[in-house]
Design a protein around this ligand. Structure first.
Ligand code: ATP
Length: 232
């Protein structure tokens, strides 16, 4: 099937999933629905299954029971290669590869012109940060990102996502404290990210929940609350 041209509606219906066959399920009969273009704040304690839902949406795994659909089409009906461009996850543990800033942003896709990279950086308000780089896009980063702060790693992750321009974004928010300048840059990157996309934010902060249209709360692999934020 071909992917929707705009932001997809997302639905998990009766999803049960265990990491190990015959193991105790990590997700149990999960039902979640998110309309196109809306933002869902996903809450729950550590180990409740938030990241596991993200992994199913990225199709790292398939559920043992139930279905995951994008605008009504089962995830397994899409080509994996196309899906990987359509759905993206931004995490706090961004992997910095040994290579230039350009390589790290494009993931070595030489078809992306510098012009476009610079546009994205300025759209995200990162020109100032970038101006401090000794060799511009040719600045070399060593594997593991030595020399980059946690916040800069996050910003790089945002820029990466904007370059691939996915329609469904899962944001695993940083729980660590960042300096106020980086924090405000990240806030504005998040605002930009939410526009014209369907978004799921694994929320660790109250401020984020305020941005969400809908809220779902997970407890031990089950959805215990789900609805419009205003109604909860
Ligand atoms: P956190 O807020 O800490 O990220 P979470 O809500 O995202 O937690 P998950 O990472 O989805 O929770 O984990 C849910 C459960 O699944 C946990 O009990 C965890 O130990 C288990 N789990 C996660 N990943 C794996 C894996 N690759 N193999 C086996 N079990 C796993």
């Amino acid at each position: 099937a071909s992917l929707p041209s705009g932001p997809a509606a997302v639905e998990l219906r009766g999803v049960t999933f265990a990491y190990e066959q015959d193991g105790a399920p990590t997700l149990r009969d999960v039902n979640l629905r998110l309309e196109s273009g809306r933002t869902l704040g996903l809450l729950g304690r550590t180990g409740s299954g938030k990241t596991t839902i993200a992994r199913l949406l990225l199709r790292f795994y398939d559920p043992q029971q139930g279905t995951v659909t994008l605008s009504g089409t089962n995830l397994s009906d899409f080509k994996l290669g196309e899906l990987r461009g359509y759905v993206a996850m931004v995490t706090q543990n961004i992997e910095i590869l040994a290579g230039t800033v350009r390589d790290n942003l494009t993931l070595f896709d030489a078809r992306i012109p510098d012009r476009r990279i610079m546009d994205v950086l300025s759209e995200l308000g990162l020109d100032g940060w970038f101006a401090g780089m000794p060799d511009g896009l040719d600045t070399y980063l060593s594997s593991g990102g030595a020399g980059l702060s946690a916040g800069e790693g996050q910003l790089l992750a945002f820029a990466r996502v904007f370059l691939t321009d996915p329609r469904l974004v899962i944001l695993d928010e940083a729980s660590s404290r960042l300096d106020p300048l980086t924090e405000s840059r990240i806030e504005s990157a998040v605002d930009r990210l939410l526009r014209d996309r369907t978004c799921i934010i694994i929320a660790h902060r109250l401020a984020t929940i305020q941005r969400a249209d809908d809220i779902a709360i997970l407890e031990q692999g089950q959805v215990v609350e789900h609805g419009k934020r205003a109604q909860l």
